[in-house]
Design a protein around this ligand. Structure first.
Ligand SMILES: Nc1nc2c(ncn2[C@@H]2O[C@H](COP(=O)(O)O[C@H]3[C@@H](O)[C@H](n4cnc5c(=O)[nH]c(N)nc54)O[C@@H]3COP(=O)(O)O)[C@@H](O)[C@H]2O)c(=O)[nH]1
Length: 761
């Protein structure tokens, strides 16, 4: 407010009078007379003489104004003279002051009263202003109090959110708390928060004040449309008193409660829009205020920061989980890996110890898996491992563990065992679960499994020993014909120790020339003539003595040594056969045993061809003996390989016939020349009617299929006669000769063998 000046306090009862007139008798009290000299020509008024107050007149009312003017000196003030200054000029003689301009012309008068009145007015004005200000301040104060209370609540809500964030990974919790807190703060009837993902799809929708039925319609609101779409698309807040009146409004979906006012804000941070928050209808029916918008915005920003944070934490956790997954699970099958398996054993051992129960540690190794990999490729092998893992998982309870240790090795843990029968049942189940053929990449694959089992605390209380014992038992299962399960025993341990020793000594046996071949004659029973020999491998180990092929061949097979040994046998047998041929043993056939492992090698036929070519031994004098078990693997591949061998001109026989499971229809498709009746049937053929029946059936079948049949393990004349009577005209066995050195064969060839029923032979 400006300072008051003389111009603000002009007296309003100033009367202009001529200096030569007398004051009127009926004057108005308080009037101030501005006295002017009589007008000169052209002047509207004469020269200003001074002021006369009513008080001046009251002493000498008969005098003219000119005489009354003079008792006091003229003390004019300027219009801009501050009133505070003017006030000091009044005294008991001066009641009025003339205000003149710069030229001394009269512009008005100020009196003690007019100044007082101006000052009073100003004071009143100030008072009103002050009151207004006070009111404003009171109002502002109230707003500030409310605002700070809201801020405090917001702060509290944010802290709640942050604490929620610290204790949960679920965004829904945060969002639900958030929207409820905001609705409460702004006293809104309805509220919802929706979040979208990078593909603009709605990922979260949390609401308050709305029923589930109502929300269903809203949740399906298409993104990007209408008012709420605009909030996200334009990253902008919308505050409307009547949302229906807005041209962007697309109306409510069916079942949506009618709503009037709207406050919608984007949940966004640094230009990235996560979604939106919207609130509708305040509880008291008033529209949303700008402060509400500010609050909602700051809340949405906090929320976006929390979401940022939460997502970052989630990403970190996902990363950690991924790392954990990589470190503890097998990537191919998804099963626990070796590290995790060991952890589980430790835990299981502690539990078993605490609860006084047993724990079964099971080692399981697929049989001939390498063959699948080599013949069908690694991709098929991988798929097979996955399928096996899936089947194994079905064999165990949730509290059990099946892990992949690597390659085709699996570990199964059965904790809480109170009855060993349960372990047997699971082992049997594992074996059985692999029985149905696997169908992978259009191929039907048969795979079996060898299982070894150790038990805590029976076998050991120590992890390393339990694992080693299970491995030993598994090894034993392999050596016992595969596709079976074995429990660990001390005796088994001794066997496995022996096998380990064998492997180490066997490794250099070939290079050191410790192998030799013995030959067992095969006789035509009707003539007594030797028609062939079977080459039988012998190992004379300086460290271990003479070892039976029954013992060292399976070890050589599992240790990967059999291929080199078999190659040597083939070459040696062909070489010897050629020498006999050159010595005049014309037509003497040499039979060589083929291992199942050789059948898994590519180029077997090529190797045979090379051996024949290198030695000059005629292919038709070489007989390759395969066992029935070989035929259990991929049938088509076997047929193809046998066809290749047959195409070379070699002869093929099936060894140990009757011990396997080859079907007659399959047998019919094989390019074979003869079948060898297994010695286990021949042994008791004259005392056991079952064996007699089997042998009789095999002989009849081979005749039916137009195959030759030879009996092995013939030790007695009675056996020989039984065979002859059933139509088996060829035999091999101790009755004629044990396997002998190559130098003995020519003499036997020339002497022949005595057979009693000359007329039949
Ligand atoms: N993959 C290869 N396997 C081979 C090779 N050499 C031998 N073998 C296989 O080892 C198993 C044991 O052979 P072996 O100890 O030589 O025993 C043979 C004969 O000695 C034995 N036999 C022969 N006649 C009799 C008899 O009257 N009684 C009796 N108790 N045993 C007898 O039988 C074995 C020959 O069997 P088979 O081969 O089934 O005809 C054996 O499975 C061999 O096949 C090799 O180089 N590679």
């Amino acid at each position: 407010m400006n300072e008051l000046i003389a111009a603000d306090a002009y007296a309003d009862n100033v009367v202009h009078v001529d200096a030569h007139i007398r004051p009127a008798p009926n004057r108005t009290a308080g009037t101030v007379y501005a006295v002017f000299s009589t007008a000169i020509l052209g002047d509207a008024e004469g020269e200003f003489q001074g002021l006369v107050t009513d008080m001046d007149i009251s002493f000498t009312p008969q005098r003219i104004f000119a005489d009354l003017v003079n008792p006091h000196p003229l003390e004019p003030v300027n219009a801009n003279t501050p009133l505070t200054e003017v006030e000091t000029l009044f005294n008991s003689f001066v009641e009025a002051l003339a205000v003149v301009d710069d030229n001394g012309h009269f512009v008005g008068a100020v009196t003690r009263n007019s100044v007082l009145k101006a000052l009073l007015n100003r004071e009143r004005e100030l008072l009103i202003k002050t009151r207004e200000l006070n009111l404003q301040i009171a109002e502002d104060h109230e707003k500030l109090t409310l605002w700070s209370a809201r801020l405090a609540e917001l702060h509290l809500a944010s802290r709640t959110l942050l604490s929620v964030l610290a204790h949960t990974q679920i965004e829904n919790d945060i969002l639900q708390s958030g929207i409820e807190a905001l609705c409460h703060l702004l006293q809104a009837r309805y509220g919802a928060v929706s979040l979208i993902n990078d593909a603009d799809e709605l990922t979260h929708f949390l609401h308050t004040g709305l029923s589930e039925a109502q929300i269903n319609g809203i949740r399906q609101l298409p993104q990007g449309r209408g008012l709420l779409g605009a909030v996200i698309n334009e990253n902008t807040a919308i505050r409307l008193e009547n949302l229906a009146a807005d041209p962007r409004s697309v109306g409510f979906p069916p079942g949506h409660p009618p709503m009037t006012s709207l406050l919608a804000v984007p949940v966004a941070n640094l230009g990235r829009v996560y979604g939106r928050i919207y609130l509708c209808d305040k509880l008291d029916g008033t529209p949303f205020l700008p402060e509400d918008e500010l609050l909602a915005m700051s809340f949405a920003t906090s929320l976006s920061l929390i979401l940022d944070n939460a997502r970052e934490i989630q990403e970190i956790k996902r990363g950690q989980q991924h790392l954990y997954q990589l470190a503890h699970f097998d990537r191919l099958t998804g099963l626990p890996n070796r590290e995790l398996a060991h952890d589980r054993i430790r835990q299981a051992l502690a539990n078993s110890h605490r609860h006084q129960t047993k724990l079964a540690v099971i080692f399981a190794d697929l049989d001939n898996f390498k063959h699948v990999n080599d013949s069908l490729g690694h991709a098929v092998g991988d798929e097979l491992l996955k399928a096996v893992a899936a089947r194994l998982k079905q064999c165990i309870r949730e509290s059990d563990t099946v892990a992949r240790l690597g390659g085709d090795e699996f570990l199964i843990l059965l904790p809480g065992i109170t009855d060993v029968q349960h372990i047997i049942a699971v082992a049997q189940k594992i074996k059985d679960t692999l029985q149905p053929l696997f169908k992978i990449a259009g191929q039907e694959i048969f795979i079996s499994i060898s299982i070894g089992i150790s038990i805590y605390p029976d076998d050991s209380i120590e992890i390393g020993e339990l694992l080693r014992d299970a491995d030993t038992a598994m090894y034993h299962a392999k050596n016992s014909g595969r596709n079976n399960f074995q429990f660990f025993t001390e005796q088994m341990n001794a066997i496995v120790q022996r096998q380990m020793r064998l492997i180490s000594v066997l490794s250099g046996a070939l290079e050191r020339g410790q192998f030799l071949l013995k030959y067992q004659p095969q006789i035509a029973l009707r003539t007594g003539k030797m028609i062939g020999v079977e080459a039988l491998l012998r190992w004379q180990s300086p460290e271990l003595g003479d070892i039976s092929p029954n013992e060292f061949i399976p070890v050589a097979e599992s240790a990967g040594l059999i291929i080199a040994i078999s190659d040597w046998v083939l070459m040696e047998a062909c070489l010897q056969g050629k020498q006999w041929l050159d010595q005049g043993l014309t037509g003497l056939r040499v039979a060589v045993n083929l291992s199942a492992v050789q059948f898994q090698q590519p180029h077997l036929a090529e190797k045979v061809r090379q051996a024949l070519a290198a030695t000059g031994f005629p292919a038709e004098l070489l007989e390759l003996e395969i066992t029935e078990s070989i035929m259990m693997s991929d049938k088509n591949a076997i047929i193809t390989l046998l066809d290749e061998l047959k195409a070379l001109g070699t002869q093929i026989s099936i060894d140990d016939f009757g011990t396997g499971y080859s079907s007659l229809s399959y047998l019919k498709r094989l390019p074979i020349d003869r079948v060898k009746i297994d010695q286990s049937f021949v042994r008791d053929v004259v005392i056991d009617p079952n064996d007699a029946a089997i042998v009789t059936a095999i002989i009849a079948m081979t005749h039916g299929l137009n195959l030759e049949v030879i009996a092995e393990g013939v030790e007695t004349q009675a056996q020989l006669e039984f065979l002859l009577s059933k139509g088996c005209y060829y035999a091999q066995g101790y009755h004629f000769s044990k396997p002998v050195g190559e130098q003995t064969i020519p003499a036997l060839w020339h002497s022949g063998f005595a057979v009693s029923r000359g007329e039949d032979c």
